[in-house]
Design a protein around this ligand. Structure first.
Ligand code: IMP
Length: 194
């Protein structure tokens, strides 16, 4: 089976491919010859994920999926949440987003945060959704050079390293994206059974 992944984020493609190992095979937008930047106009991860997957389904008629992820910080009432990519403005800079996050958190001792991923899968025209959550905490200095987004300031529960200090395989042991993707895989496997 092949699924088009409705994203232009190379990090997300890399992570999801490392989880799926070609079962199913993931086709990027670029590989499918689709050159669009799909907007995320809604106030929830669920609606944005649906919107991205449905856009690609309407364009291609092919089975596809998308994902939307947000970092939800308890002391900030769930911010940046659905605005995680554009927290510091429309220019989408990882550095500026982290700067704003650390400034807003200041010396607050409640550093609890979670990543939440929603995957929207469109299979034969029907939508299915899967959620993955990774609890953790925000540290006040950046650590590590791998990954993307808020990875340098996020330590998942049960770990000592930030996501940015981990290999892809280590991040997958904890990650929100891995959990949502695993649910998608389990769902696809149940479909194959007679
Ligand atoms: P979106 O799902 O494309 O809207 O991305 C939301 C934003 O959340 C990204 O631009 C990143 O800044 C951040 N983000 C999403 N997933 C991760 C992750 O696994 N680690 C760190 N930051 C992430």
């Amino acid at each position: 089976m092949k699924l088009i992944f409705a994203t232009n984020n190379v990090h997300k493609v890399q992570e999801i491919r490392s989880i799926l190992h070609d079962q199913p095979e993931v086709i990027t937008l670029q590989e499918a010859g689709i050159d669009i930047d799909i907007p995320e106009p809604y106030d929830t991860l669920e609606e944005n994920a649906s919107h991205k997957a449905k856009t690609i389904y309407q364009l291609t008629g092919e089975n596809c999926f998308s994902e939307d992820t947000g970092l939800e910080v308890e002391a900030l009432g769930g911010e940046p949440g659905v605005k995680s990519a554009r927290y510091a403005g429309e220019h989408r800079s990882f550095e500026k987003n982290i700067e704003k996050l650390l400034l807003r958190l200041g010396e607050n001792t409640n550093r609890k945060a979670r990543f939440r991923t929603i995957i929207s899968l469109i299979l034969a025209g029907r939508e299915y959704r899967f959620e993955g959550i990774c609890n953790g905490e925000i540290i006040n200095k950046l650590r590590g050079g791998s990954g993307f987004g808020y990875d340098p300031v996020f330590i998942p529960e049960g770990a000592e390293k930030t996501f940015a200090e981990m290999t892809l395989e280590e991040k997958n042991q904890y990650s929100h994206r891995e959990k949502a993707t695993r649910k998608l895989v389990t769902f696809l496997q149940t479909l194959k059974k007679p």
